[in-house]
Design a protein around this ligand. Structure first.
Ligand SMILES: *Cc1c(COP(=O)(O)O)cnc(C)c1O
Length: 411
């Protein structure tokens, strides 16, 4: 007996007009005509609005939302997100520049990431943003730079927790890690902090990302607050910042479904009275990237050729791996699975055929869809890759094979 094939989660965040996918209410065929060329990324601000609203309606009011800019650092996207969320997380001096230009108050900007250079630390100190320290050396270096500049650095400690986010797409804590200071070292490091000329704010505890299981997030929240309260007992002052990380995932692959926020919110509501009693001054921050912007973006490319090779049909597009590494399966996937992909100008066609959508690169890795059932397509049609608003454009090897970079548009 054949088991039914696993399906992609429905992509209902966009409308369809005259058989064509619309982004921000405009048909992608019209967008392609306006832009004058393909491929391009199109981001829909109303989908971002809806994702933030969904979180705000569900999570306790005490949870502040920050946007992790590396998910999509396009300045227009960051400026839009800055109007929706309570702060920004940056991971480089370049991102810091975009964050500052968005008008976000410096107290609501934090900088995490291993290997910050002196130039980056100096820029962060001058701006007055919060630096999440990733190592004991970084503490010594930032203190020195602060003294040289005559400006007191504002710091928090990124903690490498003594637990992991279970079944997380990408583990960012637990065990030996390049991120953060090991939890068991933190009490000692806090003694050093006290000796130094820095303003200490609190902790950043990020245990993983791309999780679709509420039970795993709940367990991470339980352990995160427990660890934060224990460590705060060693701090030189009452902490005024606790960044509990993010972790909320979005469905990319067949069989995955959207995460249910209700049990996560209920657990936070259960935990918060004890947390606010133990850490009364701490602003609680959840820092998210893909959950806020991933669903809002599509990557659009055009079919240049259609060919049959030994009975198998290939749609050859003008875009691929060099523009969208994640959709090709080469950005951290162990076993390649298809992103949700569709023929954007044939949304309602009943008759489908099994095809592979490949890009123009001279490598078999350049694959956007492997043996998917898609509407029967012709040369000139547009392929849309959904769930492409995060870790698309800037997470791809745009220089590989020297094709032009795709365009980006926020609608
Ligand atoms: C990348 C990153 C995030 C965002 O991860 P998503 O999976 O996109 O939500 C949050 N916090 C930190 C510290 C990060 O490095």
């Amino acid at each position: 007996m054949n088991r039914p094939a696993l399906q992609h989660a429905p992509m209902k965040q966009f409308t369809v007009k005259e058989n064509c996918l619309c982004i921000g209410g405009t048909k992608v065929t019209d967008l392609a005509a306006q832009l004058g060329r393909t491929p391009f990324y199109a981001y829909d601000r109303s989908v971002m609005n809806n994702q933030v609203e969904r979180l705000r309606n569900s999570l306790p009011k005490q949870i502040h939302l920050h946007y992790a800019m590396k998910a999509n650092p396009m300045p227009e996207v960051v400026n839009h997100m800055a109007t929706l969320v309570d702060g920004l997380g940056v991971a480089s001096k370049g991102e810091l520049g975009v964050a500052l230009a968005s008008g976000t108050p410096v107290k609501d900007i934090s900088f995490a990431g291993p290997g910050k250079t002196d130039t980056e630390l100096e820029a962060a100190i001058r701006a007055g943003i919060t630096v999440n320290l990733e190592s004991e050396n970084e503490l010594v270096r930032i203190n020195k730079i602060g003294i040289r500049l005559g400006i007191q650095p504002v710091v928090a400690i990124r903690v490498n927790p003594d637990f992991e986010l279970k079944t997380s797409g990408m583990k960012m804590g637990g065990g030996p890690k390049q991120f953060g200071i090991d939890a068991e070292r933190v009490p000692e490091v806090l003694k050093t902090v006290e000796q130094m000329d820095v303003r200490f704010r609190g902790f950043h505890i990020f245990s993983g990302s791309q999780n679709l299981r509420p039970e795993a997030i709940i367990e991470a929240h339980d352990k995160t607050f427990d660890l934060a309260i224990r460590l705060a007992g060693h701090a030189p002052c009452e902490i005024d910042l606790l960044n509990i990380g993010g972790g909320l995932g979005i469905p990319y692959f067949p069989g995955e479904t959207r995460i249910d926020l209700e049990p996560i919110a209920a657990n936070l509501n259960r935990l918060l009275p004890d947390v606010t009693k133990a850490l009364p001054k701490a602003e609680l921050v959840m820092e998210l990237g893909r959950y806020l912007v991933g669903e809002a973006g599509v990557y659009i490319c055009r079919i240049i050729d259609k060919k049959v090779s030994r009975g198998y049909t290939f749609l050859i597009a003008d875009g691929g791996l060099h523009h969208h590494l994640s959709a090709s399966g080469n950005f951290g996937q162990v076993i390649r699975k298809n992103y949700p992909v569709t023929i954007a100008n044939r949304m309602k066609n009943e008759i489908k055929e099994s095809v592979s959508v490949v890009g123009p690169l001279c490598t078999p890795l350049d694959l956007l869809a492997d043996k998917m059932e898609l509407s029967i397509a012709e040369v000139g049609d547009l392929v849309a890759v959904f769930q492409s608003g995060a870790y698309g454009y800037t997470a791809s090897p745009l220089g590989f094979l020297s094709h032009p970079a795709p365009l980006e548009i926020l609608i």
